[in-house]
Design a protein around this ligand. Structure first.
Ligand code: ADP
Length: 204
């Protein structure tokens, strides 16, 4: 009797694990497709001059904390060493939804292309700007291709296993420029990449 019960429980456990795995996979696929559709819609808005910005006082330090928290499961599952250095509070004038899009995109890329290497995020004040840095220790980007990554549909690393359309950095650059800021990459092959975003504290 007891033996039979154990057999049934084990069978159910396996079925449950299979269902959870398949649901995780479905959620991942849906989020990938959602991101691709969002990127294409954003491109269409940019090209038609229909992007609208809602500037408001935003604590970018808290925003980055929330973004990092939303990635915590993925970071833990990948066993990635993750360091975040932020001041307690740093208020700037920005479109928080759009700046979240930029930082999420840079963090997604560090996870996608960083090959499991440590990721460091920092926020400091620099000459009247919020300076956000997202750094990985992945394969890096060859010097002659670094300026290309901000162009539309440009994918420069020959990693076919990583999905993407080559739009995230183009969109990020449009958003940062609309904030009168800058985005740049510093990268060395075999060492890693650092993306640096500067956003002015005020939009006046
Ligand atoms: P996608 O990730 O969809 O290809 P992006 O515009 O976000 O589009 O990135 C453009 C290209 O820049 C990527 O295809 C990749 O080749 C390169 N890239 C971006 N971030 C990194 C990174 N952290 N390390 C190495 N290569 C990167």
């Amino acid at each position: 009797m007891i033996k039979r019960k154990i057999v049934i429980e084990t069978g159910l456990g396996e079925a449950r694990d299979k269902i959870i795995r398949s649901m995780d996979n479905s959620i991942y696929q849906v989020s990938r497709v959602t991101r691709l559709i969002d990127d294409l819609l954003e491109i269409s808005r940019i090209e038609n001059g229909k992007q609208t910005y809602y500037f408001e006082k935003t604590d970018i330090s808290k925003l980055i904390t929330q973004i990092c928290e939303s990635y915590s499961d993925q970071i833990a599952a990948g066993g990635i060493q993750f360091s975040v250095k932020l001041p307690e509070s740093f208020v700037i004038e920005c479109d928080s939804f759009k700046i979240e899009q930029v930082i999420s995109n840079l963090l997604t890329n560090a996870l996608k292309y960083g090959a499991g290497s440590p990721i460091d995020i920092s926020l400091i004040e620099e000459t009247g700007h919020a300076r956000v840095s997202i750094k990985d220790g992945g394969p890096g980007i060859p010097e002659d291709l670094q300026s290309k990554v901000f162009e539309r549909f440009e994918r420069v690393t020959p990693n076919k296993t990583v999905s993407g359309l080559g739009l995230g950095l183009y969109i990020s650059k449009q958003i940062v420029v609309a904030h009168k800021g800058t985005i740049q990459v510093k990268s060395k092959e075999g060492v890693g990449s650092e993306f640096i975003v500067l956003i002015p504290k005020t939009q006046a």
